[in-house]
Design a protein around this ligand. Structure first.
Ligand code: E4P
Length: 234
């Protein structure tokens, strides 16, 4: 089992949760990096990803290819994988028009180049199963988008986990596209090895209003104890 990954390109958030010891990796995608305001094109992505990779080493960092052409994807995958030993490559299950070259590349990267691949943008059990058969290290199921379409993400996760275990496929299930704090625990309970979540949901899991109230009382009473110490010393 792996645990929680942070779905973020924000270095200060990554530092914060890494220091707490509660994350086991980081995932990014082109949209996350654009939102993060990464400038300078791919050289800018390079600098930023190396910074994150060094920061979390030896925990894994997923970096996605931006090219959709099979040769372009392959050369990016080989190049990005050399940026740091803990970087794995995110390759979408297929192209925007259903192009099928992607799984061939996944298989080649894993089998011949020993590059760890995270197959991404998957919406159901069958896509993930085939990506696992192709040799992917990670299979990323987009739980929130599945729910958005009216399907049950938890059912997809438990069916997938059952199949991976039955077929003894070593791929790890990453469930992403988190929409609410509740998703994190329900996806683990359904069978995810990893849930990748944005920072705001981790804070929601930690902070509870009644814990605040309880701790406030302890702090108040603690201060009274301190006062007694001062009074007794006089
Ligand atoms: C995870 O690896 C994905 O990149 C991410 O969770 C996608 O989330 P979204 O559906 O909010 O774009």
């Amino acid at each position: 089992m792996s645990g929680i990954f942070l779905d973020s390109g924000d270095v200060s958030e990554i530092k914060k949760f890494q220091a707490m010891g509660i994350i086991r990796g980081v995932t990014t995608n082109p949209s996350i990096l654009v939102k993060q305001g990464i400038k300078g094109g791919l050289p800018g992505v390079h600098v930023h990803c190396i910074q994150i990779a060094k920061l979390i080493d030896p925990l894994p960092l997923s970096v996605e290819v931006t090219n959709n052409d099979p040769d372009g994807m392959k050369s990016q995958a080989l190049e990005f994988s050399k940026w740091a030993a803990n970087i794995n490559l995110k390759i979408p299950i297929h192209g925007p028009n259903g192009e099928l070259e992607n799984l061939k590349l996944v298989h080649e990267l894993e089998s011949f180049h020993k590059v760890r691949v995270n197959v991404t943008a998957m919406m159901n059990v069958q896509q993930c199963f085939l990506a696992a058969m192709a040799g992917a290290t990670y299979v990323s199921l987009f739980g929130g988008r599945i729910n958005d379409m009216g399907y049950d993400s938890c059912k997809e996760i438990s069916r997938l986990r059952h199949l991976l275990d039955e077929f003894k496929l070593p791929a790890q299930i990453i469930v992403g596209s988190c929409r609410e704090a509740l998703n994190i625990m329900e996806w683990f309970e359904a069978g995810a090895h990893i849930v990748t979540a944005p920072p705001k949901f981790l804070e929601t899991l930690i902070i509870h209003p009644h814990s605040k109230e309880t701790v406030s009382q302890f702090v108040k009473d603690g201060a009274r104890l301190e006062d007694w110490k001062v009074r007794e010393a006089k």
